[in-house]
Design a binder for this molecule. Structure first.
Ligand code: MN
Length: 541
């Protein structure tokens, strides 16, 4: 197997089989430290929270607030990342004796983020310390209003700052740091850093570990890469989730059809997150937060049921809007730009995502309400949405987001000029070509057997760390396939190695006959008695 020289050195130094090195390399890992963190990383390997320049200051301020019995208010956000961040700090600070309350702005009625008008509510709560989670880095006006009232503000966020930083007591955001801190944290990862710092100061570090459950949920839902520290935190968090949960989380898993099932990032992304999100998308995010905070079984059951029916409503709404939006698509244009007065704002993002995936171009979907249009955009890789919007910023009332997703508000009368401007921007740009099925490479069964000794070190799989997928050519079929579960099982041989393979496509029954030679694409699985098995996905000619 040919390896990059850097990789060859790494594999040699760490005593890894080349196949393992190659897979690490495919995931962007090419130093010994990164490789060690990936394969053997544990909680102790997370970087110190005190690498953040304002951490010390923030932790001390919170400690004082707890000691003096001041009211601390957590200012959250409506999605899974924002809700789990809020739950994490509410429960975390309470466990240290803090008096804590929270606000999660209702995006439908209040829009995104902290605004000066939230200050009244904060005053009413008699809070003297506000901590934002998963938002705040652009809330300069909010920060100024709080300052005027003499209320201290600690901002924790993972978004890019604007031109001006808010005037806060302490600011914790990877994007405002000169120090080396992990950059790809979700909002809940940053909130965890703060709590971790606090627990370290209180000499009760081990007690912070169970809060990684919230980190796992929010990090997976926010679609940041499951590499580096994120992957360690998600791995640990999922371990805790699989060991047992609070009433809130276990009722949520029940209604998601996951009772007794092992939770991996897939279950979080496809079953748990949509239900948490449904609350904020079409009704009130507080329902989801109350569920995560719930300590009473009966209450948790009711809230979980409520979330489940909101999720069902969300699906119906989404299907209707998607159908209507699609009827307005002009596929000859370089982007999809559609709007209506009859679309619910809460599902625009999902609709934009689906359109963008289907047509492989940027999609912007707007709900027009009176003289303003609220839009959500999604974009395939290689077509940077946020750059496009900043080129058109003079037409926008507000906007924010990143390369692949953005939100924006525009005056109704400017919609058509915005469309023209964006079409001009995207004209001639095309999305990055991505093969439908990502492959880790061609390997012999010899390599695959060596990798199998390491395969338990590779999950959790998710964004940035996909399940390894291999190709092997010239494999001999040892016997005719026999029925197995709802598919078929066959023995495959290459050199001295025989490996059982599973497949589900009945047309393969004609290809996998005794004595035939096949080229296959497959993933690995642990079979009976923890032996190696392969899951055949494709047979190549
Ligand atoms: Mn977030």
């Amino acid at each position: 197997m040919e390896l990059d020289p850097r990789l060859e050195e790494l594999v040699y130094k760490m005593g890894l089989p080349p196949v393992v090195g190659r897979l690490l390399f495919n995931r962007g890992i090419n130093t010994e430290a990164e490789a060690r963190l990936f394969l053997y990383g544990d909680f102790e390997d997370l970087s110190s929270p005190f690498l953040f320049q304002d951490m010390e200051k923030a932790v001390d301020r919170i400690a004082t607030a707890i000691k003096e019995g001041e009211k601390i208010l957590i200012f959250g956000d409506y999605d899974v990342d924002g809700i789990t961040s809020t739950a994490l700090l509410v429960r975390g600070l309470e466990s240290l004796g803090g008096r804590v309350s929270y606000i999660i702005p209702n995006r439908i009625s209040h829009g995104y983020g902290a605004k000066p008008y939230h200050v009244n509510k904060i005053k009413k709560e008699k809070a003297s310390l506000v901590i934002t989670v998963d938002n705040g880095i652009k809330s300069t006006d909010f920060a100024a209003s709080l300052k005027k009232e003499g209320i201290d503000l600690i901002i924790t966020d993972h978004h890019l700052p604007g031109d001006e930083l808010p005037q806060a007591y302490a600011l914790i955001d990877p994007y405002t740091e000169d120090n080396f801190v992990p950059k790809n944290l979700a909002g809940v990862g940053v909130a965890f850093k703060l709590l971790h710092g606090l627990f370290l100061k209180k000499n009760s570090e081990p007690k912070v570990l169970p809060y990684l459950k919230m980190v796992a949920l929010g990090t997976i839902a926010d679609m940041v890469e499951l590499l580096g520290e994120n992957r360690i935190m998600v791995k640990k968090g999922l371990e805790f989730i699989n060991e047992g949960n609070s009433h809130g989380l276990s009722k949520l898993m029940d209604v998601s059809g996951l009772r007794g099932k092992r939770i991996t990032p897939k279950e979080v992304a496809y079953r748990i997150s949509p239900r948490i999100n449904a609350a904020g998308r079409i009704f009130d995010p507080e329902i989801a937060l109350k569920l995560l905070l719930s300590r009473r079984e009966k209450e948790a059951e009711e809230l979980a049921g409520e979330l489940n029916s909101l999720n069902y409503q969300r699906q119906k709404l989404e299907a209707r809007i998607l159908k209507e939006a699609e009827s307005l698509v002009d596929d000859s244009k370089p982007l999809i730009f559609v709007y209506s007065e009859n679309w619910h704002r809460g599902v625009l993002g999902i609709v934009a995502y689906r359109l963008s995936r289907k047509y492989r171009k940027p999609a912007l979907v707007f709900s027009v309400e009176e003289d303003e249009a609220f839009g959500s955009g999604r974009s395939p890789e290689g077509m940077p949405l946020i750059d496009a919007l900043s080129h058109a910023h003079h037409l926008l009332l507000s906007y924010g987001g990143h390369e692949l997703a953005a939100g924006l508000v525009v005056k109704r009368e400017n919609l058509e000029s915005l469309r023209a401007r964006l079409e001009e921007y995207f004209h001639g740009l095309s999305p990055e070509e991505k093969p439908e099925r990502r492959l880790d490479g061609e390997f012999d069964f010899e390599d695959i057997k060596l990798f199998f000794g390491y395969h338990r070190l590779f999950p959790p799989y998710g964004i940035g760390n996909p399940q390894p997928r291999f190709m092997t050519k010239n494999v001999e079929v040892v016997n005719d396939p026999g029925p197995w579960s709802n598919g078929f099982k066959v023995l495959l041989k290459q050199g001295n190695n025989i490996i059982p393979g599973i497949f589900f496509k009945s047309e393969y029954l004609f290809k996998f006959r005794k004595g035939e030679r096949v080229n296959i694409i497959y993933t690995l699985k642990e079979g009976d008695n923890h032996g190696i098995e392969i899951n055949i996905e494709e047979e190549l000619k």
